[in-house]
Design a protein. Sequence first.
Length: 143
Amino acid sequence: MKNLFLSFVLIMIIVSCERKMNQPSQNQAIIKQLYQEFNQHNWQKMADFYAETTDFKDPSFGTEITKQTRQQTIQKYTDLAKIFPDIHDEIVQIYPSAENVIVVEFISTGTAADGTKFKLPICTIYTFENGKIVKDFTYYDNQ
């Protein structure tokens, strides 16, 4: 009887772990929503996923970490959409890296006013604290 009970407890633990592993984390859900808001050009809702001030590492800012407020993030993407009105990001893969880190591989595309199109593979490492993005480290070839 004792062995049967222990077997039952062990099976329940395994099933519980499998369910947790198969469920997307809260951070993954936030990332998916972030990209959805980006693609709808809803910069305010997108910026709400970030902490009030976030560390950015992005070739568009240079080589150092730059602190940006939500309002600065909204302005950056508002300005970008003026240059590329159809800008769109397509997620290729989401890689959970740690409890508070998500890596996203995606393709950004857009068309400038003169008809010039771009297609750019990008990788971003997001770090979360208390359900908000506190670090956004983005890498792409800007040459």
